[in-house]
Design a protein around this ligand. Structure first.
Ligand SMILES: CC(=O)SCCNC(=O)CCNC(=O)[C@H](O)C(C)(C)COP(=O)(O)OP(=O)(O)OC[C@H]1O[C@@H](n2cnc3c(N)ncnc32)[C@H](O)[C@@H]1OP(=O)(O)O
Length: 209
């Protein structure tokens, strides 16, 4: 029986979330998306209906639908998730992602096409595992983490809450990336990354403007 799905946010990230949901024929009935105003690209390309602003939509459809964050901006993602703790969140996993049955998942996660999440890993609430990313065995991904497209995380690594791993970054097995850290595109992380630090390069080093 398909369940009703509403995407909070209607921009570019939301469109990829919607694609992932649509890959699972029969799992979801799309109700629409919320945003400050209608997003023409989303309506025209995907034919999805604008329902109103986040707060009114969350209230109106609380009993009927499951929700998922379709917002890419990390601060806004956190704000929405923390402001609405009682929401019934959906997990949206693209049909062409490979998620081991032993993976522990929180709520509100999205896993895009081509991602692989191996045995013993865990994925925190509202985390994004983006297209083609590899999360190896026993990795712990915290809440609201963004594992960017084509990132590879080696076995047993810990990724702290709200960390962002940029496009194609490589994270050595068993290292810790601290909460709120940012790993730049293409970085190769060979040791622990401090909480809140930004690192770039090969090997990755703290980045200062
Ligand atoms: C589906 C999707 O598309 S998901 C989108 C995923 N997006 C990403 O992965 C982007 C991740 N972001 C990055 O890697 C960023 O470049 C950051 C966070 C490291 C820095 O961002 P900004 O502060 O905007 O840096 P900015 O682009 O102004 O560049 C500043 C300098 O750093 C350099 N730089 C920027 N990013 C990197 C990087 N990843 N590695 C090495 N050097 C870098 C630039 O060349 C520039 O050098 P210069 O001053 O000598 O010219």
């Amino acid at each position: 029986m398909p369940r009703d799905l509403i995407v909070l946010g209607g921009g570019e990230h939301a469109r990829v979330v919607i694609d992932a949901a649509r890959s699972r024929t029969g799992e979801w009935t799309e109700v629409g998306y919320s945003d400050r105003q209608p997003v023409p690209a989303t309506e025209e390309r995907l034919g999805l209906r604008w329902l109103g602003q986040d707060d009114e939509v969350l209230t109106k459809y609380a009993e009927q639908a499951l929700f998922v964050l379709g917002v890419g901006d990390p601060r806004r993602r956190r704000l929405i998730a923390e402001r609405h703790p009682g929401v019934r969140w959906a997990n949206v996993v693209h049909l062409n992602a490979r998620v081991s049955p032993s993976v522990q998942v929180g709520h509100g996660i999205v896993v895009m096409a081509g991602a692989v999440i191996n045995t013993g890993a865990s994925i925190g609430d509202h985390a994004i595992v983006n297209s083609g990313a590899i999360v190896e065995h026993d990795v712990k991904v915290g809440t609201l983490v963004h594992v960017g497209p084509a990132v590879a995380i080696g076995g047993g690594a810990l990724i702290g809450d709200r960390a962002t791993l940029g496009l194609g970054a490589r994270i050595r097995d068993h290292v810790t990336v601290g909460s709120d850290a940012v790993v730049g595109m293409g970085a190769v992380v060979v040791g622990n990354v401090e909480t809140g630090d930004t690192v770039v390069g090969v090997p990755a080093r703290p980045w200062r403007k």
